[in-house]
Design a binder for this molecule. Structure first.
Ligand code: BES
Ligand code: ZN
Ligand code: ZN
Length: 496
């Protein structure tokens, strides 16, 4: 999809359709007034009759012009309350426009986001929304593929500087493509996307995005004492891989000693191991590597956006399989930081991977660590798919992450760790990998990872509920959501 910014003559745009937002219960004014005149009063008519009331997610298609040189259609997109309309909502509206029009076989749109935020920011949000709206799950279909040939997205911001629009559209494309890359990885079948294949793709991506990439194979990990991570892949034919990506700015503005690491759970497939999961629904566990895929996509975006602080990405990639060589419930292993772990359930494997991955990130110099993981089913029970579960050891750092999420329209909800510490104490080793019965399951996961953080400020994001959408939305396909990338990119850019 090509993009272009315009700052005047919206109604003259040479596209298949115009699209703009309508706020809840608003009266015809501003750009709507101009469009109303040009459509012979169609907009005031549908608003007056309450046929269309600007509710979020609702759309209405009107005829626009019979002149072949102008748009034939006008799409109105409900955007809810005007006071609450943010850049992130413009992304949703732009995505809704592209997906709706594409369904009708139209190929180009001029979109007026009607946002009061700066033109560059709005352009970035809108085009990101347009780009991510094109993602579909049909990669492996040989026929009946969605027609992805939406050709052009024209963004209209009245009176905007063309350089602002251009920069914003470029940013939107980088972030949108990075989200789609993460979504593609999350959707890959596990026979294709093995730890080794993930490593190969990381190497290639790093080259394109200007990042350094290092792959630690099992022998290297063994040498470093990463027996916790390695215990998870013992039952698999596929060797584990620790993928390390590094972004170094030309000129760093980071405070001395400050270095952010993003650490992702990359369980390419989670059968549960010897603590085998039930067969029904097990296929969903191909997305158990979405934490790693999110680190992958974020690092790509960072490599291309080039902020002035260094960022490290660490992805612990393994396959959790039952086998004669697999870990047993009751095994004890020693992690890289010297702590002993009693494995009481081989299905609580993500934390075993992250234990060594976060310790490695800290050893590599990370002062701030954010880990992302589809860690617990319990977080889906607690928060559903609207909010990512957040825990951490430093309230200021945690607030920064949550604030960043709020700004980009991603939901986070904090769960406590204090007071629950004994949940992961083992009778025979330093820690055990599950809590007591099914109590506070998400918190137990967070507490376990905390045991492997030394001095770093750390935030844990449990994305099991938010990383996958069970149903489609007007602006996006069902399946992997790309959650977290916008929050992390925004956080990093704000920390410059
Ligand atoms: N990958 C799962 C968590 C999960 C479940 C993610 C459903 C997405 C959807 C994780 O490895 C797991 O199996 N966790 C167990 C932990 C339990 C054994 C303490 C769980 O949530 O049941
Ligand atoms: Zn598991
Ligand atoms: Zn898992």
């Amino acid at each position: 999809m090509k993009s272009k910014g315009i700052s005047k003559d919206f109604a003259e745009a040479k596209v298949d359709a115009l699209a703009t937002v309508v706020f809840k219960d608003e009266k015809v004014a501003g750009i709507l007034k101009d469009l109303d005149k040009l459509t012979g009063g169609q907009i005031s008519s549908v608003l007056d009759s309450e046929e269309f009331k600007g509710e979020t997610g609702k759309t209405l298609l009107l005829r626009f012009s019979a002149d072949k040189k102008k748009a034939g259609r006008l799409l109105l997109i409900g955007a809810g309350e005007k006071d609450e309309y943010k850049c992130a909502d413009a992304a949703v509206a732009a995505g809704t426009a592209v997906r709706t029009l594409r369904e009708m076989n139209l190929k180009s749109v001029a979109f007026a986001p009607r946002s009061e935020e700066g033109a560059e920011a709005v352009a970035a949000c809108a085009f990101q929304g347009a780009v991510t709206s094109e993602f579909d799950l049909d990669k492996y279909k040989t026929k009946d593929k969605k027609d992805k040939k939406f050709k052009e997205f024209v963004l209209f911001v009245d009176g905007a500087k063309s350089s602002d629009l251009k920069n914003g559209l470029e940013r939107g494309e980088i972030i949108g493509d990075s989200m789609n890359l993460t979504r593609d990885l999350a959707n890959e079948p596990p026979n294709i996307l093995t730890p080794t294949e993930m490593a190969n793709r990381a190497k290639k991506m790093a080259k394109d995005a200007g990042l350094k990439c290092e792959i630690l194979d099992e022998a290297k990990m063994k040498k470093l004492g990463m027996n916790s991570l390695l215990s998870v892949s013992k039952g698999s034919e596929q060797p584990a891989a620790l993928i390390v990506l590094k972004y170094t700015p030309k000129k760093s503005t980071a405070k001395k000693g400050e270095h952010l690491a993003l650490v992702g759970k990359g369980v390419m497939f989670d059968t549960g191991g010897i603590s085998l999961k039930p067969g029904e629904g097990m296929e969903a566990m191909k997305y158990d590597m979405t934490g790693a895929a999110t680190v992958f996509g974020t690092m790509r975006a960072i490599g291309m956006l080039k902020p002035s602080i260094p960022v490290m990405g660490v992805m612990g990639c393994v396959e959790n399989m039952p086998d004669g060589k697999a870990s047993r419930p009751s095994d004890v292993v020693t992690a890289m930081n010297g702590k002993t772990i009693e494995i009481l359930n081989t299905d609580a494997e993500g934390r075993l991977v992250l234990a060594d991955a976060v310790a490695y990130a800290e050893k590599q110099g990370a002062s701030h660590i954010i880990d992302l993981a589809t860690l617990t089913g319990a977080v889906i029970i607690a928060l559903g798919n609207l909010n990512t579960g957040v825990m951490g050891n430093d309230q200021d750092f945690l607030n920064k992450v949550m604030e960043s999420g709020k700004e980009v329209g991603e939901g986070f909800w904090q769960l406590p760790l204090k007071g629950y510490e004994k949940e992961v104490k083992s009778d025979i080793a330093d820690v055990k990998n599950i809590g007591t019965k099914r109590r506070a399951g998400t918190i137990a996961g967070g507490l376990f990872i905390q045991e492997f953080i030394d001095k770093a400020k750390w935030v844990h994001l449990d994305i099991a509920g938010t990383a996958w959408a069970d149903s489609p939305k007007p602006e996006s396909s069902k399946g992997p959501t790309g959650v977290g990338i916008r929050t992390l990119v925004n956080l990093i850019e704000k920390s410059q």
